[in-house]
Design a protein around this ligand. Structure first.
Ligand code: NDP
Ligand code: 2IT
Length: 445
């Protein structure tokens, strides 16, 4: 413990003012003692210390002109965290809360998540404090073009391959890819994922993260008896991950009864009407209260408040980090929750995770449960490399097999290290081991 604690103290000292990064590192470190005890060669080679320092961190100015003709300046980030298993891979987040600490926490998580997929992708993350809410399409385009004008020199299909995250969807990926193509004079499809279906995108990529999180919940429940069928679920968020988590819950025979955004949440006891939700969120870019107004009887909007107050058997946090705290976890447990599958990255606070583990709730951490998105990004890269396109059915089958594989890996690893049923330990140790072995093979670099 002493060596790990010393390394963690050093992380705190060298990265001041980055609480989310500290939280992500601590959560992984809490699992690593068991592997450190059996394999001291990893720490002898400085693997854990090296993993705490990104390989490269890029911060840049993003100037652009708004519709009023005023010059705006945002900050751009790309943290190229670890390339032991493949090119840096991970999304771009556009949200006013983005700062270096947030991007580092996301990049750190991404290393282990990508390792768990079993596919050849390293870890990275990027983004900007730009807020797409309320911006015109033209403003978003000018911002994306300026962002890529700096970032493009760091990217490449064998180097660094971004995708979407909060605030970055098909529209933004289109503007970014167009600018990359223009600057490089290359149609390098594999440089970005989450592309449109007409220009190199993969079927199922849009659905993949949410589908994967619901599949992971189903697998955890099946491992303890019966799956999702007939069960009620709450979902937070109403973006890309939330929408398709709701769809897959319904396909698996469950009923998702909530959705939310930063203004509040809706409860619909009849099950969320996906077509209406998609119309409001994907097409109109509206707010969640409109759902309750347009759906009518049976649906209600709660301003502010906590979506986790709603009694359910399954919880799928799909909005953002630290959205589910100790009180929320305690309420969920009191109300009889059976499984929590994290569609978002680190949505549960450290204290909330302890509540779930102590209550023996099936808890799927984000780096396992939401890996379906990046896994399908890797499938998109495969299709780009072979200049091929796969059917929806084939791609979805691949995604399902990958999620089942991650679930099995987590369980088997937890068992191997004497902590049966502990998905947190299983995900961290299995994700770490593969990256560590590759780093050992490369020597000290
Ligand atoms: P979107 O931008 O599509 O949707 C984000 C949703 O979360 C919106 O409903 C948004 O509401 C809500 N939200 C964001 N920030 C906050 C906040 N501070 N408080 C309350 N609600 C908030 O993003 P995604 O669905 O793509 O991402 C959701 C989560 O899933 C993130 O944690 C992301 O890192 C993770 N993830 C995404 C993957 C992907 O493929 N897209 C893959 C794996 C993980 P509002 O509009 O009001 O801000
Ligand atoms: O957090 C994530 O895994 C993502 N935002 C998706 C990353 C990707 O490269 O598809």
């Amino acid at each position: 413990m002493a060596a790990l604690q010393q390394t963690f103290d050093e992380v705190l000292r060298r990265n001041p003012g980055e609480p989310e990064f500290h939280q992500a590192v601590r959560e992984v470190f809490d699992s690593l003692q068991v592997i450190q005890d059996r394999h001291p060669e990893y720490s002898d080679a400085g693997i854990i210390t090296r993993l705490c320092e990104p390989e490269r961190q890029i911060i840049f100015r993003v100037p652009w002109v708004d519709d009023q003709g005023t010059v705006q300046v945002n900050r751009g980030f790309r943290v190229e965290y670890n390339s032991a298993l493949g090119p840096y891979k991970g999304g771009l987040r556009f949200h006013p809360s983005v700062n270096l600490g947030i991007v580092k926490f996301l990049g750190f998580e991404q290393i282990f998540k990508n390792s768990l997929t079993g596919l050849p992708i390293g870890g990275g993350k990027g983004g900007s404090d730009f807020d797409p809410h309320g911006k015109s399409d033209d403003e978003v385009m000018r911002f994306c073009q300026s962002f890529m004008t700096e970032l493009y020199r760091h990217l490449g299909e064998y180097t660094d391959v971004p995708a979407g995250d909060i605030g970055v969807g098909a529209r933004e990926i289109g503007f970014l890819f167009g600018q990359y193509k223009r600057l490089t004079n290359r149609y390098e499809a594999g440089v970005l994922t989450g592309k449109g279906l007409d220009w190199g995108g993969s079927l199922v990529r849009k659905e993949a993260t949410g589908y994967g999180a619901a599949i992971f919940a189903d697998e955890m429940l099946k491992a303890r008896g019966a799956g999702l069928e007939g069960k009620k679920a709450s979902v937070s968020g109403s973006g890309n991950v939330a929408i398709y988590a709701i769809e897959k819950v319904h396909q698996l025979g469950g009923t998702a009864i909530t959705a939310s955004d930063s203004s509040g949440y809706v409860v619909d006891e009849n099950g969320i009407d996906l077509e209406l939700l998609r119309q409001i969120k994907e097409v109109e870019r509206g707010r969640i209260h409109e759902y309750a107004e347009r759906r009518g009887e049976g649906a209600r909007f709660v301003e502010g408040g906590s979506v986790w107050d709603v009694p359910v058997e399954i919880a799928l946090p799909c909005a953002t980090q630290n959205e589910l705290d100790e009180d929320a976890a305690t309420t969920l447990v009191k109300n009889g929750v059976l499984a929590v599958s994290e569609g978002a990255n680190m949505p549960s606070t450290h204290e909330a995770v302890q509540v779930f583990r102590e209550a023996d709730i099936a808890f799927g951490p984000g780096k396992a449960a939401n890996a379906g998105g990046v896994a399908t990004s890797a499938l998109e890269m495969q299709q780009n490399a072979s200049r091929d396109t796969w059917t929806f059915e084939y791609t979805e089958e691949r995604l399902t097999q990958i999620m089942r594989g991650i679930h099995t890996t987590c369980l088997e690893t937890a068992e191997e290290f004497g902590r049966p049923g502990d998905y947190v330990l299983g995900a961290n140790v299995a994700g770490f081991r593969k990256v560590a072995d590759a780093m050992m093979a490369f020597g000290v670099i």
